[in-house]
Structures are given as C-alpha cells and as structure tokens.
Design a protein. Structure first.
Length: 90
C-alpha cells in the first residue's frame, strides 16, 4: 500500500511510526501509549502515512491488542490489525 518491500522494513513498531507523516506522529504516539497503558483490546484510527515515493496517504487502521495473562503482568505482546486506504474519503 505504501510501496515498500517487506524485506527492508523490520516488523517493529518504531519503524512503523517513522512512516507516519509528521502531521500525525504525535497523535499516533499518544494513541499507542494510551492503548498500552490502559490495556484496551481494540483500536481504530486514521493516520497520514508517507509512501516510498514521497506521497502521503490516509489509512484507516483497525486492530486488536494481545496481552499476556494478568497473572504474568498483562503486558501487550502483539498488535494485529488491518489498514484501508481512505485517502479522499476522510
């Protein structure tokens, strides 16, 4: 969707945040902190993302957060979700 090959991009949240356009980066970081701090299981947000060719698109992200069992601390261990291009719609 963004024009990047899977190979050069590590499966890492910090790498994903670098692709968020500067206009939305603070909001994305805030939303992720809230998501992890309060143990929410579901999330949804529209963020501007930079494509490999320099274009900016707006993507709707929806997902679920998987946590360790509360007895093991309840930390988030994985976020799984989808992205849909809503450029021009939102």
């Amino acid at each position: 969707m963004l024009g990047y090959d899977a190979e050069p991009l590590p499966d890492d949240l910090s790498q994903w945040i670098k692709l968020v356009d500067e206009c939305d980066r603070y909001r994305v970081e805030h939303d992720i902190r809230e998501l992890l701090m309060y143990g929410n299981e579901h999330f949804e947000g529209v963020y501007a993302m930079r494509c490999r060719n320099g274009d900016v698109v707006r993507l709707l992200f929806r997902g679920i957060v998987f946590h360790r069992p509360r007895i093991e601390g309840g930390d988030a261990v994985r976020i799984l979700g989808t992205a849909a291009d809503v450029t021009g719609v939102v």
